[in-house]
Write a new protein. Structure first.
Length: 367
């Protein structure tokens, strides 16, 4: 649900009835991960995707049924179904899709997610019929006891949900309640990760555009005021005129922050990289030829940067895909960022075997 917070918030504010379908489990290979969302309104408009096209038609039908009064429920689609040919999920995996009518009380959290806040929603998606669709925040001990789900408290379920949410990923999990088991989906919307681009050059403009498309909050920074202008970087959320290392020292970063240094000028690069490589960020990359890279490494060593820190530096920046233009170079850089974030090889999938999607994206986690 939170994946489409902006569109859902707009339609919820208009009072439109909405049915929301969310992937809450993936078993085997599937096009999209847990948390993927689509929704259907009463006029038949469809927004989003839960399978890249494979089962959307069947899910739309189920959404219309919910809008017409059907109970919320998890529906499984996949190769194991007799109807697999009909729904078209031929990639060999199974999707568990939770379908519900959007509750009116979700509007504030959708608006918060739309505005960039870090929020989470926990929903009971399987268990006693009277609890399905209940938000974790609304669970009470009396409701659990009345439904036959005993031996666990609402506060424990809320605490478990909050712990899952702190993990930063949408996930489905189970909790044993006496003779019954509840399945809970924790939907998470994080604050956008930061992409810090240093150097107001053409490559930076292309990288800002591509980074924004991938969901980053993009900042371009350069000390040269004549180049660091918002008009030159429409894809950036902010353009900062400051010495790069001074700006980096005073701005907030975290373990998801990406730092890309595109200046290839030692007077900017050395103090900036010396600082960046000592910060707990996800990725540090620097543009330049191999000769520039060698001079930069020598200068960083002379500046006292440890070998262990130098090993974190991605330089020359990007994957070897034959990129030449600024737009192609942006693809090369962000491909390396994604590979580094996922601890993936960066090799062609034709040269690898096993599941395409990693185990961390799959279905149910025991409570």
């Amino acid at each position: 649900m939170l994946e489409l917070a902006r569109s859902l918030a707009e339609r919820a504010a208009a009072g439109r009835p909405l049915a929301v379908a969310t992937v809450v489990g993936v078993d085997g290979s599937a096009p999209r991960a847990v948390g993927a969302t689509m929704f259907v309104d009463a006029d038949g408009a469809v927004v989003g995707s839960i399978s890249g096209g494979c089962v959307e038609g069947a899910v739309v039908e189920a959404c219309h049924a919910v809008l017409e009064g059907a109970d919320p429920a998890v529906v499984r689609y996949g190769i194991s179904d007799e109807a697999a040919m009909g729904v078209g999920l031929m990639c060999g995996g199974d999707l568990d899709v939770y379908i519900e009518r959007l509750p009116a009380q979700d509007r504030p959290v959708l608006e918060a997610a739309r505005d960039g806040a870090e929020v989470s929603v926990g929903t009971v998606v399987d268990g006693p019929r009277e609890l399905i669709g209940t938000r974790v925040a609304e669970l009470t001990d009396d409701r659990l006891r009345d439904s036959g789900a005993e031996g666990v408290t609402a506060s424990r379920i809320r605490a478990e949900h909050e712990e899952r949410a702190r993990g930063g990923r949408s996930v489905t999990w189970r909790v044993q309640c006496g003779p019954l088991q509840l399945t809970v989906f924790t939907d998470v919307a994080l604050v956008a990760p930061r992409l810090l681009i240093f150097g107001a050059v053409d490559f930076s403009a292309a990288l800002a555009d591509a980074g924004r498309l991938l969901g980053y909050h993009v900042t371009v920074c350069d000390a040269r005021a004549v180049f660091a202008t918002p008009e030159r970087f429409p894809g950036a959320h902010e353009v900062v005129r400051a010495w790069p290392h001074v700006y980096l020292a005073g701005t907030a970063v975290d373990e998801r922050t990406v730092v890309c240094v595109l200046t290839h000028d030692l007077k900017f690069d050395v103090p900036l990289l010396a600082l960046a490589l000592d910060l707990p960020v996800a990725y540090v990359g620097a543009m330049g030829s191999r000769r520039t890279h060698e001079r930069r490494i020598r200068a960083l060593r002379e500046d006292g940067v440890a070998e262990s820190s130098l090993r974190r530096l991605h330089s020359p920046i990007g994957l070897d895909i034959g990129a030449s233009t600024p737009a192609e170079t942006a693809v090369s850089i962000l491909a390396e960022v994604i590979a580094a974030r996922s601890a993936a090889s960066g090799r062609s999938l034709t040269e690898t075997d096993g599941p395409i999607h990693r185990a961390g994206e799959s279905a149910l986690v025991a409570g």
